[in-house]
Design a protein around this ligand. Structure first.
Ligand code: DPP
Ligand code: ZN
Length: 874
């Protein structure tokens, strides 16, 4: 496979002003008639170059220029390109292709899912539908006519407004859609199926009435309310916070079961993975409700950050994804608990994105090269990209940031632009110089901040010295220091916030401030302090960096109870727990656990005056994945064992407090997804899980009762998970069986049932995983099923996956090879756990490497998997 470089970018030689599509949909295939109004690009110096269109898996039936069929020899069909050597300056090109959606298992382009036709065109799926300049800087107005059997496909949808419909011979019908907004072809969408329609309406700030419609399979008709409400909240929020109003008269959401991604922001016609949009109290957990709200918002926000202003090329992917993730996280923060949201975002970043940034697939937020763009829908592009935007927001403040985003949308509406254009708008609106800040887009790797301090008691001066270093990553060494917003506070011995007075300050000094780091090393002096303070560093996780500072356990305990910054209170607890767990790795079973950890947790569990949402987060011990990420040569079974010992020690010591906590938080009143209720359910289910880890009989009875009587999925699944992860084998089998029998007809719930087992060190050992793959509800063609068994096993059941005999690695390699032929995007995703092989102790890493080599040696490896495997072995 070829590597594509950012530096090779050239403007397109030809532009396409309009696209006229006609789809004839049949059971054995589809015929696509496409007429493009093409003209030479005045900004290109390619002159009368041949016209080159992209294609993939197409059967070409005919080509005509200005209505005249082209003879053999006037064009060349190379499979991945259609080349017309000689074309005038301006012309219509009509291409007819035949495709087979019913056999499309890659789920790119037009395919069938549960009997309906649907599309996924980002990034390069449109070329699987027809020959086209498949690049985001070619923006066209689309008109789409869909023809299909009326009884099997009564609903026919595409982007924009439906302008015409009618009957055809043989029980067929058609609908024509017109999208007035020019768009890149990756935003094209088509849906045809037997779907029920849920309607609602929204009135914009300027008084326009928008028709909101959801289309789902009839069995899901009762699972739409939450997404619809989330959509309306998103529309309101984007008007209030960003001044962005919706622009078409109709906004549609469709749910499909087979989908590679979470959802897709096609103009006016968002297509969602069912698991990211359908919810009811009985079938979806709190987590799912929150995720759905966030994803509906994300896709809706793309209408401006992505669709109205789009990417010039795929190296700029973070332009839309980083910005839109930032926007959806602001939204979620406003809808729920800001501190909890920040903890969740930072946890994902520190666990998974840091791992990516320290591994063989590390790449900058704006990559310089790729082989397969699908491999770059990563945590770095999305989550780190969002952190980069968030840092701009922190540096500019909310008002100037809004000025910057207004300027960006105004300046670039209708254009395909770059991350640099985004930063430039922020600079121009604020007057700030972000030239050094741009390194965040160019340099990969997680900056490491080493912080040291000293206190001069005579002068009352506290000096903080911060050194930054950015590790080497593939293809990048000797990096320059970055511009880092570093929020901090200083605490006095009674827990009071001390003034942060720098030498240059006049007047009152703040107790919370953001330092701007720009040098490899710099020292800040805080004046007027009577005693040595305890530093609270990187408050709110103000930058995606690692901070090293030698806090003592006493200081961490102090910050856990006194830091006014909720995020850092949580972080102090995490650091303490990490320290305690790490010190136990590889020690004898009876090594004592620091009793101060027990005291701290007792306080958290018992003091109901604390913010319960924060407490629910603080009670979660650092995950195995995070502990692995923090180590250089991980021995996973040893990490698993040490973490479990700490958990059991806490559970035994706090047994009575856990029972009391469980009872105190038992649900009363009607189910609602509010921060308060979410916290209560999280606390009671954590208590239950801990009690079952120590074979507590009362805990067992509470879990069984909760399983039977729960009126919502969070509690039902909480009880199920606690029992599945316990030593009560008979109960485990019974609840698993009962759960399946009740929900066997609901794919989203069956997926949860699969992953509870696959992620469990009790129910998810390799023979059991293999049995799940044989289960009648498992379906290799459905990405959600693959993720819920194979993904959950390799990503969450870490002690089983890292079995010392290497069987987990071999298993994963086998499944990757199997999936590579049918769905390369999903296969490439599944490789991820193996790419981290250098992180593990030699006995493990050698076997992981061998598994990667086995995948490498498969014949006919897809470009997707090829890139991941070869980069990992390089
Ligand atoms: N569907 C993906 C997202 O919304 C790609 N655009 O992030
Ligand atoms: Zn997105």
């Amino acid at each position: 496979p070829q590597t594509i470089y950012l530096r090779d970018y050239r403007v397109p030689a030809y532009l396409v002003d309009t696209v006229d599509l006609r789809f004839e949909l049949f059971e054995d295939g589809a015929r696509v008639h496409s007429t493009l109004a093409v003209r030479r690009n005045p900004e290109s110096d390619a002159g009368a170059a041949p016209l080159e269109l992209d294609g993939d898996s197409l059967v070409l039936e005919s080509v005509a220029l200005n209505g005249q069929a082209l003879a053999e020899g006037a064009f060349e069909d190379r499979g991945d390109k259609l080349i017309v050597a000689s074309v005038p300056e301006q012309f219509d090109l009509t291409v007819v292709t035949w495709i087979e959606p019913q056999n499309n298992t890659r789920l790119e382009g037009l395919y069938k899912s549960s009997g309906m036709f649907c599309t996924q065109c980002e990034a390069e799926g449109f070329r699987c539908i027809t020959f086209f300049p498949d690049r985001p800087d070619v923006m066209s107005r689309f008109r789409t006519r869909i023809e299909a059997d009326r009884s099997a496909y009564p609903v026919l949808l595409s982007n924009g407004n439906d302008v015409e419909r009618g009957e055809l011979a043989d029980g067929r019908h058609f609908v024509t859609w017109e999208d007035p907004f020019p768009k890149p072809c990756y935003l094209f969408a088509l849906v045809a199926g037997d779907l029920v329609e849920k309607r609602d309406a929204y009135t914009t700030g300027s008084g326009r009435e928008i028709d909101l419609r959801m289309y789902v399979e009839p069995r899901n008709a009762e699972k739409c309310d939450h997404a619809m409400d989330s959509l309306k909240r998103s529309m309101r929020w984007d008007e209030e916070v960003y001044g962005r109003e919706y622009d078409l008269d109709i906004f549609m959401i469709v749910a499909v079961d087979d989908f590679n991604m979470g959802a897709m922001e096609n103009k006016g016609l968002n297509i969602f993975n069912s698991s990211c949009v359908l919810a009811s109290q009985d079938t979806a957990t709190d987590l799912a409700f929150q995720r759905i709200e966030a994803i509906v918002a994300h896709e809706y926000f793309h209408n401006w950050s992505g669709n109205r202003v789009t990417c010039r090329d795929w190296f700029q992917l973070s332009l839309k994804e980083g910005f839109t993730v930032f926007r959806d996280s602001q939204f979620s923060s406003d809808m729920g608990s800001p501190t909890v949201k920040r903890i969740e975002d930072a946890t994902l970043l520190r666990t998974a994105q840091f791992a990516e940034d320290g591994g063989p697939m590390a790449h900058p937020v704006r990559p310089a090269s790729y082989m397969e763009i699908s491999n770059f829908y990563t945590l770095t592009i999305y989550e780190k990209g969002a952190e980069v935007v968030r840092m701009i927001h922190t540096l500019l403040g909310p008002e100037l940031f809004r000025k910057g985003s207004d300027l960006y949308f105004q300046r670039h509406d209708g254009q395909a632009v770059t991350t640099d254009d985004f930063v430039k708008a922020m600079e121009d609106a604020s007057g700030r110089d972000l030239s050094q800040f741009r390194l965040w887009y160019e340099q990969a790797g997680t900056p490491v901040l080493n912080v040291s301090d000293d206190f001069d008691a005579d002068q009352g001066v506290y000096r903080l010295t911060i050194a930054q270093a950015i590790p080497d990553t593939p293809g990048q060494t000797g990096k320059k220091p970055q511009h880092i917003p570093f929020a901090l506070g200083l605490l006095g011995s009674k827990g009071e916030s001390l003034p942060l007075r720098l030498a240059a300050d006049q007047g009152d000094a703040p107790t919370d401030r953001v330092l701007e780091l720009t040098q490899a090393e710099e020292t800040f002096e805080f004046h007027g302090l009577a005693e040595r303070p305890v530093p609270s560093l990187l408050r709110q996780f103000s930058a995606p960096v690692r901070v090293h500072y030698p806090w003592t356990r006493e200081q961490l305990l102090f910050l856990m109870s006194h830091d006014p910054d909720g995020f850092n209170r949580w972080d102090a607890g995490q650091r303490l727990a990490v320290d305690v767990i790490q010190s136990l790795i590889g020690t004898p079973k009876d090594t004592a656990v620091d009793s101060r950890l027990v005291t701290a947790y007792r306080h958290l569990i018992s003091d109901s005056s604390l913010d319960q949402a924060l407490v629910a987060k603080m009670l979660q011990l650092p995950s195995e994945a995070y502990l692995i990420e923090l180590s250089d040569s991980a021995d996973v079974p040893a990490i698993h064992d040490a973490r479990e010992r700490v958990l059991k020690h806490l559970a035994i010591a706090l047994r009575n407090e856990l029972v009391a906590c469980y009872r105190r938080n038992l649900e009363s009143g009607a189910y609602a997804v509010t921060p308060d209720q979410i916290a209560r359910r999280s606390l009671s289910n954590t208590a239950l899980a801990w009690l079952l880890q120590i074979n507590d009989e009362e805990g067992r009875e509470l879990a069984l009762r909760q399983f039977r009587s729960a009126d919502n999925m969070t509690d039902r699944l909480g009880a199920l998970r606690a029992l599945v992860n316990s030593d009560y084998e008979d109960d485990r089998a019974q609840v698993l069986e009962a759960f399946y029998e009740r929900f066997r007809d609901d794919p989203q719930v069956v997926e949860q049932w699969f992953s509870v087992q696959a992620a469990s060190d009790r129910a998810g050992q390799l023979p059991q995983i293999r049995a799940l793959l044989e289960h009648s509800a498992f379906d290799w063609k459905n990405p959600n099923k693959v993720r819920s068994v194979i993904g959950a096993f390799a990503g969450q059941n870490l002690a089983a996956f890292h079995h010392p005999d290497g069987s987990g690695y071999d298993f994963l390699a086998e499944q990757v090879c199997r999936l590579d032929d049918s769905n390369p995007q999903i296969a490439a995703r599944l490789v991820t756990p193996l790419t981290r092989w250098k992180k593990f102790a030699p006995a493990y890493s050698e076997r992981m490497k061998a598994a990667l080599e086995r995948i490498r040696d498969k014949t006919g490896l897809s470009r997707d998997v090829y890139e991941v495997v070869h980069k990992s072995l390089a």
